[in-house]
Design a binder for this molecule. Structure first.
Ligand code: ATP
Ligand code: MG
Length: 775
């Protein structure tokens, strides 16, 4: 342990070694908050605290796995295995499996993902005969979600005239009725949605003091990472569980609070000191992640926020390169710039793909980047978006599996009752739903008793329904002895799913078959214990829970050497040597939806702060003059955030030609687009003198950024690809400085030189790219 503690500085050591009592670590990005949490857990264990008594809550399951791996390195595998670590959702889903019966839920309850929830809401809205253009499922869903996260139950809703009025004002006066029906239907289906996992945990801990006492006793030490992004529901759970022993350690950074739109409450961090007695407050100030230029740039941006805790962030790291700002004409050009820069940098410096990340504000931006990376054969992976488990063919299979475990699961049943087609039409399903609602039975129960229920369905169809029940019952029997893999394999074959996919000979069909195979492989790995899950027995129930709670960053399988593409929201807590932040444009980042209030704009700025601080060595900001959005070419103006970075940390690399570009003279590069449709960011009404004041009006839009001073691309160095370079030559490299050629190998475009630089590093550089000068 001593050895590990020496890897912390004094400021980090103090909270690590404080064993008991409430404490909060408020510190800027990259200052080692997550490292302190990790080492603190290891330290607690070395002091005799039982792993079973420690609960650590993280932002993603991946973060939990990594943390656990690190702790295992320190204290050993067998001990680390017993830690309770994971996201709020996964930890409390596990507890609800044991305790949900108090609330009337079966232990094998289903977890509805967002898609399931929205489908159910869609059916309810239809059944109630409401206008689906007014009652948009997504909007109703997020409304209900926000009620749940604020602990507003159906009963509380109907006791609150203000809420009802607000929904009526939004032209959705029946929201409360939908909410009620939705909750009842989930309950009847033995299902919880994501928000229920927190809401029901709160209900459990409030209504059943014995249960609360039991878990208070169990979790004697509680640690929470990214505390600034907890919502009210999560806050109350942590509060309740830590109330007895008060050994609670939370870490966070108010400047990185980016989930207010989903109910995260920054006050949780600000009020922590009021919630417990004798709270120790720790601050960490030294950033270990990034260069001086990146830290300086990030600090200068966040300065513009009014609502913030004063914090110092400095670094002893090298000064490094300035933040590169680069303008392109279109989003296609932007993609190409990103791809070629990645390619050149990786060749020049011999870096793996995984050293690069491309971050964007919205998922839709990934397409142009993907196209460009593909053209250059650079492997990449998109995080977020539609996850593997949400693809249709995968959801079809998991729906069968869900139904085996919990036949009350309405959404799973509706999904596969007629897939593959077995002659059970929508009218029949609608009648089953009506009968189920009228009798208080589940749809499956209605089907099991189809001969005795009064329902307008003909005998032929009734037989088909009985066949379906028989099929599912046969799977249930098999589930008693077979493992999850055997069962899943049997289901895909015998249900006709494989046959259905085989019929489809298109490339998409083939991809779907591959995905099914991938799913089966995944289940096999899971059963064989290759996927690490605490206390796993490899059961079907556990597998499905894992699937339901896989966060967007999880399931990172395959070759790890890829460029990461993700939204900034997802990048929280991560770090990469080279980070591209693309789409730095007004109305995109900051988002057009965030311009109404100062607090929304400040949240966007925090998001930018998070993005910048992911970079270790080099950050690139790109923006375009015009961009395709919503199927149209839109004029774009550079983001105000670029302007907010202190000049001294920025290097504008927009090529001279582009900066002088005149759309009227040079419109040909736009192809079909009429030049007069292209508006350039020109100073319209300069509302302030540049940099003469710190305070800018919030609605200020920057015009042509002053940083667009042409900078020469060439520094005298040239590519020596076709130059005669020999062993022993002394050379100068743009980035690594002076060195001596040790070896030359390869031929033509693959010609490489091994160079020992004076800074101690020896690098193999591809001469095609290396900007070398013989000296
Ligand atoms: P974020 O706010 O982005 O979540 P953080 O405060 O959690 O950041 P960490 O991720 O824990 O910061 O640390 C940032 C980087 O600095 C990591 O690579 C970590 O290993 C490294 N680091 C932290 N503390 C030290 C230290 N004392 N010595 C060397 N490296 C350190
Ligand atoms: Mg962290």
């Amino acid at each position: 342990m001593e050895k590990y503690l020496s890897q912390l500085n004094d400021a980090q050591l103090a909270p690590t070694l404080q064993k008991d009592g409430p404490m909060i670590i408020i510190a800027g990005a990259g200052s080692g908050k997550t490292r302190v949490l990790t080492y603190r857990i290891a330290y607690l264990m070395s002091q005799g605290v039982d792993a079973f008594n420690i609960l650590a809550l993280t932002f993603t399951n991946k973060a939990a796995r990594e943390m656990k791996g690190r702790i295992a390195d320190i204290v050993g595998d067998s001990e680390a295995k017993n830690l309770w670590m994971g996201t709020f959702h996964s930890v409390f889903a596990k507890i609800l499996r044991f305790e949900g019966h108090h609330l009337g839920f079966p232990s094998n309850f289903t977890i509805y993902d967002t898609q399931d929830s929205q489908k159910l809401l869609g059916s309810i809205i239809k059944e109630m005969g409401l206008d689906k253009d007014i009652y948009k499922t997504k909007q109703v869903y997020s409304r209900i979600s926000s009620y749940k996260n604020s602990l507003i139950t159906v009963k509380a809703y109907f006791n609150n005239p203000e809420l009802m009025e607000a929904d009526a004002m939004a032209r959705r006066p029946r929201t409360g009725d939908i909410y009620k029906e939705y909750v009842d239907r989930c309950f009847k289906a033995g299902a919880m949605d994501f928000d229920d996992l927190l809401l029901r945990t709160n209900e459990l801990l409030t209504r059943f003091p014995n249960v609360l006492a039991q878990y208070q006793n169990k979790f004697r030490y509680i640690l929470v990472d990214e505390y600034q992004d907890t919502n009210h529901s999560q806050y109350l759970i942590v509060r309740a569980l830590s109330d007895r022993f008060q050994n609670i350690c939370v870490v966070g950074d108010d400047a990185q609070s980016i989930y207010a739109f989903r109910g995260a409450n920054i006050n949780n961090i600000l009020n922590f000191q009021k919630d417990y007695d004798d709270v120790k407050v720790y601050r960490l100030e030294q950033n270990y992640r990034s260069t001086k230029n990146i830290v300086g740039a990030a600090n200068s941006v966040i300065e513009h926020n009014k609502t913030k805790l004063d914090k110092i962030v400095w670094t002893a790291n090298v000064e490094g390169e300035k933040v590169i700002v680069h303008r392109t004409m279109t989003d296609g050009d932007e993609g190409r710039y990103v791809a070629s820069t990645i390619w050149e940098t990786k060749m020049n410096e011999q870096l793996p793909n995984s050293d690069f990340a491309v971050l964007y504000r919205t998922n839709a931006q990934s397409r142009a980047i993907e196209d460009a990376l593909r053209k250059r054969d650079i492997p990449y992976r998109i995080y977020g978006g539609l996850s593997f488990y949400q693809r249709k063919e995968i959801k079809d299979i998991t729906a069968y599996l869900r139904l085996i475990l919990n036949s009350a699961d309405e959404e799973a049943l509706k999904r596969v009752i007629n897939y593959p087609a077995r002659g059970i039409g929508q009218t029949t399903v609608d009648r089953l739903v009506v009968a189920a609602n009228a009798t208080g039975k589940t749809i499956y129960e209605v089907m099991q008793n189809i001969d005795t229920v009064s329902i307008n369905i003909n005998n032929g169809t009734k037989n088909k329904l009985k066949d379906f029940v028989t099929l599912i019952e046969s799977y249930k029997v098999m589930n008693q002895n077979a493992n999850a893999f055997e069962l899943a394999e049997h289901v895909t074959k015998s249900s006709g799913l494989i046959r259905e996919l085989n019929k489809d000979g298109t490339p998409e069909g083939v991809t779907k078959m591959d995905n099914v195979q991938e799913l089966l492989n995944g289940i096999k790995d899971f059963v064989e214990g290759q996927v690490e899950v605490a206390d796993s027995t490899g059961s079907l129930a556990e597998f499905l829970e894992d699937v339901a709670l896989a966060t967007d960053l999880d399931g990172d399988k395959g070759d790890p050497n890829h460029v990461a593409l993700m939204t900034i929201h997802l990048a929280k807590g991560l770090e990469f040597p080279h980070v591209f932040i693309v789409g730095m444009e007004e109305d995109l980042f900051p988002s057009a939806m965030s311009m109404n209030t100062r607090s929304e704009l400040e949240e966007e700025r925090r998001l930018f702060y998070v993005a910048l601080t992911r970079a270790e060595k080099q950050a690139y900001l790109t923006y375009t003059v015009s961009r395709y959005r919503w199927g149209k070419l839109i004029d774009a103006e550079p983001s105000r955030f670029i302007e907010e970075i202190d000049d001294k940390f920025v290097n504008n690399t927009t090529p001279m030609k582009e900066q002088r570009f005149n759309p009227m003279l040079d419109a040909s590069i736009f192809g079909d687009i009429e030049p007069n449709k292209i508006r350039f960011a020109k100073p319209k009404s300069p509302k302030f003198k540049k940099k003469d004041t710190k305070k800018k009006p919030e609605n200020f839009k920057i015009s042509t950024p002053k940083k667009l001073k042409p900078v020469s691309q060439s520094n005298g160095a040239s590519n020596l690809f076709d130059t005669k370079l020999t062993v022993g030559n002394k050379v100068n490299h743009q980035r690594f400085g002076r060195g001596e050629v040790l070896k030359i190998e390869g031929a033509g475009g693959d010609l490489k030189a091994e160079i020992k630089f004076e800074n101690g590093a020896t690098k193999k550089l591809l001469l095609r790219f290396a900007k070398l000068e013989i000296i």
